[in-house]
Ligand binder design. Structure first.
Ligand code: GKR
Ligand code: MG
Length: 418
């Protein structure tokens, strides 16, 4: 089963003004859709980031993989590694430092997922079977709350409305839980004074007494502030995500915080694991196959975490259904995913490149697609529309900070901020 052709299609879709430590989401989110076709006519899908520097690497890699067997993952990885010469970083910095290894893993990931999709189709088995077999029939996700403006400046308000204080956050949680049935809640913090964000968590606790809660300020607090927040939220949080920056400072907080610390920022590639484990910096790793080198490497990561007593959950960025399908197969096949995974799906509000029907939420969980491979099909009309949007939207890289500065010129993306 050799690769005959690879199509790489950048797409853009509408995104609400979600606030975070780096600024605010722009009106368009970007992704890249990868379709691999074999000489036997089987095709597989992958999805990755849409930033131009990354897209160019994906395009270059695609050309270098023609003719390779879809099972030859070591060879595919080496070819990608040979091409991704430099470190490719993103402008927002919300997924931690860029390294050479992470840059290679990010480019490799969509090809690996697409090849697994093909291998599953060839066998007539879901991707979760290729990863060891599903240990759960559905994967629970969390209600991922964001402080947000009512709408993008100059545009009509969106249907989610504003959420700029604890009441707004509780209202947003009610909406998402009502629509999706989520059974745990994550709040993206790092936007307001830490005490306001503590109040929002306490308001959520009161409104949803039995939903596990998490708070993630994307490392904008000092060690001192992190400890103050951790003490104020003792007994309230399932875990505190990336309160502060870097393995050393995370370890300093972890040593005295009453709850486990989680990260998708200080441990983002295999080389970060030894120092983080040595220093006891984290209790939970938020894996993400988009930068951990695909699904099989994420399974290997899960085994390592189990060995070292680190629990697992999953990180997300704005994404579409190919990613959701891949995340679901992965989390279904990894026994030690202990808590609900993150997803941005509700914020895409129905926009997708996959045909409707294969993915749905039942009580906050996505049933693992049963069809062969990823179990999702491309909606080619939707793909064409989203590609056209990419060509006309005027955005080529996610830049939450510059967009925020248009409305608040004194905003800076510095750490620590509090
Ligand atoms: O979408 O604004 C966002 C998030 O802040 C995202 O970019 C982060 O990478 O979800 C992420 C996180 O958990 O840090
Ligand atoms: Mg995070």
């Amino acid at each position: 089963m050799n690769i005959r052709e690879i199509t790489v299609t950048p797409v853009a879709f509408r995104d609400p003004p979600l606030l975070n430590a780096a600024g605010v989401h722009e009106p368009w989110a970007l992704r890249t859709i990868v379709e691999v076709v074999t000489d036997e006519g089987l095709s597989g899908l992958g999805e990755t980031y849409g930033d131009l520097a990354h897209l160019e690497k994906v395009r270059t890699a695609a050309k270098a993989l023609i003719g390779l067997d879809v099972h030859a993952q070591n060879e595919i990885y080496s070819r990608v590694a040979a091409l991704v010469g430099d470190v490719v970083s993103d402008l927002h910095g919300l997924t931690g430092a860029a390294t050479k290894e992470k840059s290679v893993d990010r480019v490799y990931s969509p090809f690996e997922v697409a090849c697994l999709d093909i291998r599953g189709k060839a066998l007539g088995r879901p991707v979760s079977d290729l990863l060891g077999g599903a240990v759960r029939e559905a994967v629970p996700y969390s209600a991922y709350l964001f402080y947000k403006w009512a709408g993008h400046p100059g545009e009509a308000d969106d249907r989610f409305g504003a959420a700029l204080d604890p009441e707004g956050i509780v209202a947003q949680a009610r909406l998402l839980i009502e629509e999706y049935g989520f059974r745990s809640i994550k709040l993206k913090g790092g936007v307001f004074e830490p005490s306001q964000e503590v109040d929002a968590i306490l308001a959520l606790r009161e409104a949803f007494p039995s939903h596990p809660l998490r708070l993630d300020p994307n490392a904008v607090w000092s060690v001192e502030t992190s400890l103050e927040v951790a003490r104020a939220l003792e007994g309230t949080l399932e875990y505190l995500e990336d309160p502060t920056a870097g393995i050393e400072d995370m370890a300093a907080v972890a040593a005295r915080a009453p709850m486990p610390l989680a990260t998708n920022m200080c441990v983002v590639t295999f080389e970060h694991l030894p120092p983080a484990i040595r220093q006891g910096a984290i209790g939970v790793l938020l894996s993400d196959h988009h930068y951990w080198g695909g699904l099989e490497r994420s399974v290997q990561l899960a085994r390592l975490c189990e060995t070292f007593g680190i629990s697992l959950s999953m990180h997300s960025n704005s994404h579409l259904g190919i990613s959701l399908a891949a995340m679901t197969h992965l989390a279904a096949a990894v026994p030690n995913v202990a808590t609900a995974c993150d997803t941005h799906t509700p914020w895409q509000d129905g926009q997708d490149v996959v045909a409707p029907g294969a993915l749905r939420f039942v009580d906050g969980a996505v049933p693992v697609p049963k069809g062969p491979g990823l179990g999702v099909e491309l909606d080619r009309d939707a793909l064409a529309v989203m590609h056209e949007q990419y060509l006309t939207c005027g955005f080529t890289a996610r830049d939450d900070t510059s967009y925020m500065r248009r409305f608040n010129p004194s905003f800076t993306n510095t750490r620590p901020r509090w």
